[in-house]
Design a protein around this ligand. Structure first.
Ligand code: ADP
Ligand code: MG
Length: 262
């Protein structure tokens, strides 16, 4: 795994090893009425990397994901995904480019079955009408079953999503993202509200996903972070406070002072 190409002082080195990097955030800043929620932040994520972002509440973690997925436009800076600047693209274009985003609260169609939720997530299946009238080809069915297997919902395909447990809804939403075939997944606190067993399963799931894609996860549970993270980025007041292995950031005095010590 290559190290970040961010130089001391926040400047960014030339793209020498661009092939290994899928995501590169450069000097990203967003001001809300003069308040900088993200402040001159630079970081990069490798292919097949599972990066975890931690930091106190209000550190700017969710806002960072919002800017990567196009929900929030930065005041200054760039977000390069495979070398293309996402800050110039709409949310739809960013999804089509291969970035999948999961928000903190699961958003699944509660009145539809698990199977139908997967169906409407297929690319080119825009809108409910189209999805409910399209023919269920063996290929579509096989793809849905493969994803359902991956997210532990193979036995739940005919159930209504509203009847799933909170953890299962989180898995369904991750599966719905996988149906789109993204190269990069952004997940905001995916194990919040899950049982210890579900957390463990989710950790395994994310590790398996990262074998073929890049994953950026915001998380608070340090046991979970330690288990899954290839590398951890610590944010504080919109800035990068520390970065390294889980063990390295946990031993970092600055991280202990502003976050882990509380
Ligand atoms: P985190 O996810 O790390 O807890 P957020 O990214 O949600 O933090 O928020 C960072 C800071 O930016 C917080 O102080 C929050 O109140 C502020 N913030 C986020 N979005 C907006 C917005 N749209 N307008 C004003 N302030 C915002
Ligand atoms: Mg948040």
């Amino acid at each position: 795994m290559s190290s970040a190409l961010v130089m001391p002082g926040g400047d960014v080195a030339p793209l020498e090893r661009a092939g290994e990097q899928i995501l590169r955030v450069e000097n990203l800043t967003v001001s809300f009425d003069g308040f900088k929620a993200v402040d001159n932040l630079s970081l990069s994520v490798d292919r097949n990397e599972l990066r975890v972002i931690i930091g106190p509440n209000g550190a700017g973690k969710t806002t960072l994901l919002d800017m990567i997925c196009g929900k929030t436009k930065p005041t200054t800076g760039r977000v390069l995904f495979n070398g293309v600047d996402l800050t110039r693209m709409s949310e739809h274009q960013i999804v089509r480019a291969g970035v999948g985003r999961k928000f903190q609260t699961p958003s699944v169609y509660e009145d539809l079955t698990v199977l139908e939720n997967f169906e409407i997530s297929l690319p080119s299946m825009h809108g409910l009408f189209k999805s409910l009238t399209f023919r269920r080809t063996p290929q579509v069915r096989a793809r849905i079953e493969a994803v359902a297997d991956q997210v532990f919902l193979r036995e739940q395909l005919e159930r209504r999503a509203g009847q799933l447990s909170h953890g299962q809804k989180q898995w369904l939403e991750i599966g719905m993202l996988l149906m789109q075939g993204p190269e990069l997944l952004l997940l905001d606190e995916p194990v919040a509200g899950m049982s210890p067993r579900e957390r463990e399963q989710t950790g395994d799931l994310l590790s398996r996903i990262a074998a073929g894609k890049s994953v950026v996860v915001i998380e608070h549970d340090m046991d979970f972070v330690q288990r899954i993270a290839h590398k951890v980025t610590v944010l504080h007041q919109g800035k990068l406070l520390s970065e390294g292995s889980a063990a390295e950031v946990q031993a970092d005095r600055r991280v202990i002072d502003v976050y882990l010590g509380h």
